[in-house]
Design a protein around this ligand. Structure first.
Ligand SMILES: [Zn+2]
Length: 547
């Protein structure tokens, strides 16, 4: 008998078997039940999260002749012939013949379905399509025949043109939770009579980083060894790190056994261990500790703020790690940072002083003479600095708002390509200053018009600094353009929101009106250097760092 890999064998065949995507499943099922099926859907999310499987279940249910509570019956003609149905057309845009397939699709889309009610096109990795294929698809999406439904899937939604996005109902597939993965791995092992320890199940779930396909592929490989799957066999074969190692390490951190921590980290750095898995495991363990500290059940020396500090620093590290440096050195530093009594006393004293002054200020009987000289100045000047700062934030907020609006007003796919091109070239341009280059490296071009360009970055700090230095960025990149250009940066979350609003607005027939750049200029506050000067007068320069 032909061996079917576990991932294929355990693919969900009905909505109720789809794990971990409850929201999406509910929405899709409701659309079928209430006969509100759209013409185009876009499933986005990381690999192995069930986009294609869900698309198939959706397609099967749409064409089923005798729906049973929003599920395909599995008995009607359409259900029985589903796998061979000429009405279900699957295209992998990443494959070589993707372009030809799309062309054929466009040509045949007007032809009515042979068996079912609908002709359903499932286009996988849709972001891989060429520009000409996208254009052809767009024409079809604009006026789809009543019998055509498009379900597109992508792991890289950033590369899908806005024009396509705005015509689709979009569903985000999230990574599987550890619990969901563990449940499914355990279920498959029971069905397949695979002998495995509980600890090994959890380990496989960890290693697959939220992807069901990876989890079951790993299980496939391990089960082929023909012996009981244990934590040891996983650790030796896949360079993983046991939870015992993590717990021992954290105990040593807690007990301030610096040399032992260092030894463990050296040991780890010399293996092929995956630092991402390592960080995630430490965070997982620390989260548990944080909860028990908060609930008062923790016995140990960690304080809540120490644990929180390490978790935040590690999470940050996960997002920023540069593969050129040894990540384990960085992780060790974060863990050891806990040993150092952080020099927060000055800040604490300062805050205390300000609080005291504020308290005193409300009491009329206090005289100025009672206050030490330094405090007196702090009281007078602080509000001014805060005001200047908030003016600047206000300015940046408005600038970004106007520029995003303007970019949407005239967004062009060709312009996006031009900016992306400049982005690649600028990295190698020696004339561009290092700080601007670092923004370029940390940011992605996501939308553009002839004059405006929207960028996103994973790092909040880059978003902030880029907006603050947007003029310099324009200035340093001016040689690539024939007319002035303007930049604005958004965090990935903000961009997601803006793009959704854009899609909704366009869908409802709305449009964007250009706002003059001079509106931004009017809001421009005093320059940063002036704020700095005020601060320097108030405090000793060593004590304050402007950010
Ligand atoms: Zn059926």
């Amino acid at each position: 008998m032909e061996y079917k890999v576990l991932y294929r064998k355990y693919r969900p065949t009905c909505f109720k078997n789809i794990v971990g995507q409850e929201y999406t499943v509910k929405m899709l099922q409701n659309a079928i039940i209430h006969n509100k099926i759209a013409h185009s859907y876009l499933f986005t999310g990381p690999r192995g999260t069930g986009k294609t499987s869900t698309a198939k279940v959706f397609a099967k249910t749409i064409n089923c002749e005798h729906l049973e509570n929003g599920e395909a019956c599995g008995k009607c003609n359409a259900c029985l012939s589903f796998e061979q149905s000429p009405d279900i057309i699957e295209i992998d845009a990443a494959s070589n013949n993707g372009v030809d397939d799309i062309r054929e699709l466009i040509n045949n889309v007007k032809v009515a379905p042979t068996e079912g009610r609908y002709k359903i096109y499932i286009i996988d990795e849709v972001h891989m399509m060429t520009t000409s294929a996208f254009n052809a698809l767009l024409l079809t999406l604009e006026e789809p025949p009543a019998h055509a439904i498009f379900i597109m899937a992508t792991t890289n939604v950033e590369s899908v043109p806005i024009t396509i996005l705005s015509r689709c109902q979009r569903f985000n597939f999230k990574k599987f939770s550890l619990e969901d993965l563990i449940k499914q791995i355990r279920y498959v092992c029971e069905q397949e009579n695979i002998s495995i320890t509980e600890e090994a199940i959890t380990e496989i779930a960890y290693l697959s980083e939220g992807g069901m396909r990876d989890a079951l592929s790993l299980l496939d490989q391990l089960s082929s060894l023909g012996e009981e799957i244990t934590i040891e066999s996983i650790l030796t074969n896949y360079g993983s790190i046991s939870m015992k190692f993590i717990r021992d390490l954290l105990k040593n951190v807690e007990n301030r056994e610096i040399s032992l921590v260092h030894l463990s980290m050296q040991e780890l750095a010399s293996t092929s261990s995956d630092y991402k898995v390592f960080i995630k495991k430490i965070i997982q363990e620390l989260s548990g500790i944080a909860v028990s500290i908060a609930s008062g059940s923790y016995i140990g020396q960690f304080t809540y703020s120490q644990v929180k500090g390490i978790i935040f620093a590690l999470n940050d590290c996960l997002n920023k790690i540069n593969i050129n440096i040894n990540p384990f050195v960085l992780i060790e530093m974060i863990l050891l940072d806990n040993f150092e009594e952080k020099n927060t006393k000055n800040v604490d004293n300062y805050v205390e002083n300000v609080n005291k002054i504020l308290e005193k200020g409300t009491k009329a009987e206090q005289t100025l003479d009672e206050k030490p000289k330094m405090e007196e100045k702090v009281e007078k000047e602080i509000p001014q600095v805060t005001q200047e700062k908030s003016l600047e934030e206000e300015y940046i907020k408005k600038m970004v708002e106007i520029r995003v609006n303007n970019c949407f007003a005239e967004a062009k796919k060709e312009a996006l390509k031009i900016f992306q091109d400049v982005w690649n070239k600028a990295i190698d341009n020696d004339k561009i200053s290092p700080n601007i280059k670092s923004f370029i490296l940390d940011s992605t071009v996501v939308a553009a018009s002839d004059t405006y360009c929207i960028l996103t970055s994973k790092l909040e700090s880059t978003v902030y600094l880029l907006n603050k230095n947007a003029d310099q960025l324009s200035y340093e990149l001016q040689s690539y353009f024939s007319s002035p250009i303007y930049f604005a940066s958004l965090s990935e979350v903000e961009w997601k929101k803006e793009r959704q609003e854009y899609a909704q607005k366009i869908k409802n027939g709305g449009s964007y009106t250009l706002i003059s750049e001079s509106e931004i200029e009017k809001l421009k506050p005093k320059m940063q250097s002036e704020i700095e000067e005020i601060a320097t007068n108030v405090f000793n320069r060593d004590k304050i760092e402007m950010v």
